[in-house]
Design a protein around this ligand. Structure first.
Ligand code: GDP
Length: 448
């Protein structure tokens, strides 16, 4: 437990009815008494106070003192709800600092909660996600992680690894003792079952990642098919300039939007088409890059025109990507030869008449939910740091399995098992270095 007392403004710095200042540490109560007209503050009571600077009333506030250890940080905490003007908040904050508190670093309250064992590292990271959640679904995911869903899974796997490590060590250190000798078959059984569990976590991770970071969607098509119009529909406002002159959307624009609560990153591109225009060509290159880097491609075709070679080139190029083909402008007389497209699942739309948009949204949602495993709908793991660590642990286990099958010395197998154990420990923070911990908390906002 630290002996410093920290403080920060915890509410947003904007004009508001109420603002919140938080204090945490051993001097919290004393400081609260110093700056208010109260000589006593009862534990867990809201007290109506006057914030006093000498004889001058600075503000009126509700002050709550919470005695450790059952607080967010695990330390004594005081929360002051004053008027939300920045003048009032700053004035009170400076009084608290004068009374002996130190300015908190970003995330320091939560860091203290972690260091005092109130939550593990993955839960602390869930706090960041909760604060930054942009959709209801990412909020739900963060809340689940804060509730300890991931911690539970990871600690279960770590327990199994620990059990295996004990057996391996005992066999290495006391080979002559009268203890049950561990056989390669037994090691292989344990490793396979651990491998399966880790693999399940990885399989579940993709949708989690999408919910946190958004699905990257590239809108592809030759000029004038309706890419910008679709982008505007998804954005719900006029973002890219829609014009009927072919080739006006020249640059790649990335915008975030959401479809049914799923955050998406839309990449609007100039159409891929054969052009001599230099500016246009830059757009085309970017378009091709987007094609390669996006998770999902929406290929737009114009049903009021005959299929061109460019369309065919795009259809061919998209065959290796995850693609949804959209046949737009169905409000106009059809010119396209649908026979040529009979092997492709088409979503028919008219962006100008707002037709077929729901079908398209269904298809996108379907794409996210259809995965190798049904459990992807309910992911446990969503943070890139966690996913990477699980993958590293997985690689160690795979290597251990290989060595076990080759009947290599137990000592070598033990090294990989230990490494996997440590990687998973970095998720909960048990084996994370101070540097990693600092890095994580630096991403917090001030006052949390
Ligand atoms: P982009 O070049 O692919 O980005 O295409 P735009 O979104 O700029 O659209 C080009 C033109 O086609 C604009 O005049 C749009 O209003 C029009 N347009 C887009 N979708 C439709 C549609 O479904 N039906 C009709 N009739 N016109 C459309």
């Amino acid at each position: 437990m630290t002996d410093t007392t920290i403080t920060a403004i915890s509410s947003a710095q904007a004009e508001a009815g109420i603002g919140v200042i938080r204090i945490s540490g051993p001097e919290s109560l004393n400081i609260a008494k110093k700056i208010t007209n109260r000589s006593e503050l009862k534990n867990r009571y809201m007290h109506y106070c006057k914030i006093m600077q000498g004889d001058k009333i600075v503000d009126e506030a509700l002050v709550c003192y919470m005695q450790q250890p059952h607080t967010y940080t695990g330390e004594d905490v005081v929360e002051i709800q004053c008027h939300g003007s920045s003048a009032s908040l700053k004035e009170i904050l400076s009084m608290i600092l004068d009374a002996g508190a130190e300015m908190a670093e970003p995330g320091e309250f939560t860091k203290r909660a972690f260091l005092n064992g109130k939550m593990d590292l993955s839960q602390a990271e869930a706090v960041i996600d909760l604060i930054k959640a942009k959709t209801k679904r990412s909020l739900g995911l963060a809340a689940k992680q804060l509730g300890g869903a991931l911690s539970k899974e990871v600690s279960g796997i770590r327990d199994e690894l620990k059990e295996l490590l004990i057996q391996l060590t005992v066999n290495m250190d006391y080979p002559d003792e009268d203890i049950e000798e561990i056989t390669y078959n037994k090691i292989e059984d344990s490793l396979s079952s651990i491998n399966d569990e880790i693999f399940k976590l990885i399989a579940q991770s993709d949708e989690g990642k999408i919910l946190r970071e958004g699905l990257s969607v590239a809108i592809i098509g030759k000029p004038n098919v309706g890419k910008s119009s679709l982008m505007n529909i998804f954005m719900g406002e006029e973002r890219s300039i829609v014009t009927s002159v072919a080739g006006t959307t020249r640059d790649t624009i990335e915008e975030s939007a959401q479809i049914r609560g799923i955050p998406i990153r839309l990449i609007d591109t100039a159409g891929i088409h054969q052009s001599e225009d230099i500016v246009e060509k830059i757009g085309i290159e970017k378009s091709k890059q987007a094609f390669e880097s996006a998770q999902l491609v929406l290929l737009i075709l114009d049903s009021s025109k005959k299929l061109s070679d460019e369309d065919r080139e795009l259809i061919n190029a998209s065959k290796d990507s995850d693609v949804i083909v959209v046949l737009n402008k169905t409000d106009l007389p059809s010119e396209i030869d649908e026979d040529e497209l009979k092997d492709i699942k088409l979503i028919k739309t008219s962006f100008t008449n707002n037709e077929g948009i729901d079908d398209l949204k269904d298809a996108i949602e379907e794409y996210i939910k259809s995965g190798s495993s049904e459990s992807r709908i309910d992911p446990v793991i969503s943070n890139i740091r966690h996913i990477n660590l699980v993958k590293l642990a997985n690689a160690e286990i795979a290597q251990a399995l290989e060595m076990c099958r080759a009947k290599e010395a137990i000592d070598f197998i033990e090294i990989n098992v230990k490494a996997a154990f440590d990687y998973l420990g970095e998720i909960s923070g048990d084996t994370a270095s101070g540097e990693i911990i600092d890095e994580i908390f630096s991403r917090f906002c001030l006052g949390k």
